[in-house]
Design a protein around this ligand. Sequence first.
Ligand code: 13P
Ligand code: 13P
Ligand code: MG
Ligand code: MG
Length: 364
Amino acid sequence: MKYTLSIIKADVGGFVGHSDVHPALREECEECLAKAKKDGLIIDCCRGEVGDDIAMIMTHDKGLESEEIHKFAWDTFTKMTEAAKKYGQYGAGQDLLVDAFSGNLKGMGPGFAEMTFEERPSEPIIVYLADKTEPGAWNMPLYKIFADPFNTIGLVIDPNMHEGFRFEVDDLIDERKIVFSLPEEMYDMLALIGSPSRYVIKQIFRKDSDEPVAATSTQRLFLMAGRYVGKDDPVMAVRCQSGLPAVGEALEPFSFPHVVAGWMRGSHHGPLMPVGFKDDTPTRFDGPPRVVAMGFQLKDGMLVGPRDMFADISYDNARRLALDAADFLRRHGPFEPHRLPQEEMEYTTMPSIMKKLKDRFESA
Ligand code: 13P
Ligand code: 13P
Ligand code: MG
Ligand code: MG
């Protein structure tokens, strides 16, 4: 049987500031999900959370970019926004960029990652949620999971993985996409995805079929809104085992807290720290950026889980390294490379400062 997995997320208000979500928003979300399940709109669901972002993880038979599913998510976020306003939550309705829903969530603010696939006899799936970063934050881990034999030994020793995978990379500035076949085109793809603010891995497919094995959310709020409204805080799903990366291979890249964009006011680089659910609240300088991993076994479309995958003590060194890197970067204060480069600051105060100073520049 084919199922669609939809992970739809938004920040509709932070408690306190941008660090967590108020229990009233959680309750509203769970009530809506329970009703959608009872009404038969979705097969199963689970609420996920990281920092001030809430994700609805849903299984259903309505396919990709379904109007019904996306409208349900939009309506749920709208109701959660009401709860956020009632309790004076910070940035209530932050990610809802338009007044009314039409068609699907593309360009409207909430992020979504979706895959439709035939459920295998055992279907382990990891759902990753990140706060204080942008969609390109998944580029390095996805590359390692599906293309780097130093991370994923399955690429070498599992005959079903040995041929490699196909990667869809989206250009978020010019709104176009390209599909690479790896390992043959590894260097071409790296040339692009090494610029994660523009080029983002959107989906990964098996080589012998069109079946998706990984998907990410790629919305960039500042490109849609034309101004800074908060960071995108992306989600991703990776299917594992039996000809795909093992669960441990899908988690291994996060043992290195690579530097990503999005800390404090969306304008700073910081390490992406893997954390258990109880530590998903970015507080120091509104960060550092962090990621949680929710493990599920899918069975007849039901989400058996979640398991808190990064709660494991084997991620303690990654956390320690992340905190050291956070100290190191913080010492740069308002200087690059802690602060994002000037081109990336275009949607903050930079244009107004340049306008103010315009007449004071002289030829040198
Ligand atoms: P099992 O043989 O226990 O299924 O484990 C295989 C595997 O992928 C471990 O990384
Ligand atoms: P969020 O994108 O998580 O809302 O954070 C915004 C921010 O400005 C944090 O400093
Ligand atoms: Mg926020
Ligand atoms: Mg957030």
